[in-house]
Write a protein that binds this ligand. Structure first.
Ligand SMILES: Nc1ncnc2c1ncn2[C@@H]1O[C@H](COP(=O)(O)OP(=O)(O)OP(=O)(O)O)[C@@H](O)[C@H]1O
Ligand SMILES: [Mg+2]
Length: 220
């Protein structure tokens, strides 16, 4: 579950608010989409939900707790994972990349790494240096790395941008299955996909956040 209440955000040294008075609630499970034109604030909002950016104003509830940036934020960060639009690979092998979030969460690793790699079809890449992979392969590794520790909230920023059609379909199916037990929010420009597959979507309108409206449409 994520609940934002009157959240305001602007970037350091910037004098314009990217998010103004944002209040919304998303449930604990299901696949939801975040739509809006370039520069409207999708990435910013996901990073706030991932507790990577601290809003100047407002409160965030996540996984049943109110975020206190001085006390419980590190703990709450473990229940949410944000996946960047451009995949970011850690140094070392694919195996190490997938292992790392498991390691910091104290989860038994070996089996989970192989199982997740198999799910994403990247088992043959496990011993290759992650930074030498193609963009599409890196995107798969980034997604596998995010799903492996089974976060309650998964935030995906344009996760299909480097994938061909076959893989895209496979990944969508994996995400849909994953959303049976977790909240998945996907930022995308693919309105058709959002309406077709989402339980609902959030929309930034073209004038930016000043005029933004959020209307979860429960289309399924
Ligand atoms: N690091 C930054 N410093 C200052 N302003 C920023 C920074 N990152 C983004 N912005 C501004 O914040 C606004 C929202 O950007 P954001 O990246 O959240 O949009 P977006 O909806 O994800 O766009 P896109 O669809 O192109 O990915 C834009 O006006 C952008 O110029
Ligand atoms: Mg973005």
């Amino acid at each position: 579950m994520i609940k934002l209440d009157d959240v305001w955000y602007k970037y350091p040294k910037s004098d314009f608010w990217v998010l103004k008075n944002v209040s919304l609630t998303l449930p604990g499970k299901g696949l939801y989409f975040l739509l809006g034109p370039n520069g409207s604030g999708k990435t910013t909002l996901l990073k706030i939900m991932g507790l990577l950016y601290k809003p100047q104003k407002g409160t965030i509830q996540i996984c049943g707790k109110t975020v206190d940036w001085k006390s419980n934020v590190d703990k709450l960060r473990r229940c949410t994972i944000y996946v960047h639009e451009t995949p970011v690979m850690f140094r070392g092998t694919v195996r190490r990349n997938i292992e790392y979030p498991l390691l910091i969460r104290g989860i038994v690793r070996r089996e989970q790494v192989v199982k997740t790699a198999r799910l994403f079809g990247i088992e043959p890449l496990l011993d290759k240096p992650a930074r030498n992979l193609s963009r599409g392969q890196q995107q798969l590794v980034a997604l596998a790395r995010a799903l492996a520790p089974k976060p309650k909230i998964l935030l995906l920023d344009e996760p299909f941008s480097h994938l061909g059609w076959n893989l895209r379909k496979r990944i969508i199916d994996i995400i849909i299955r994953y959303s049976d037990n977790a909240l998945v929010l996907v930022a995308t420009h693919d309105t058709y996909l959002a309406k077709e597959k989402g339980k609902g979507y959030l929309y930034f309108d073209e004038h930016g956040l000043e005029y933004s409206r959020f209307f979860p449409l429960f289309v399924l």
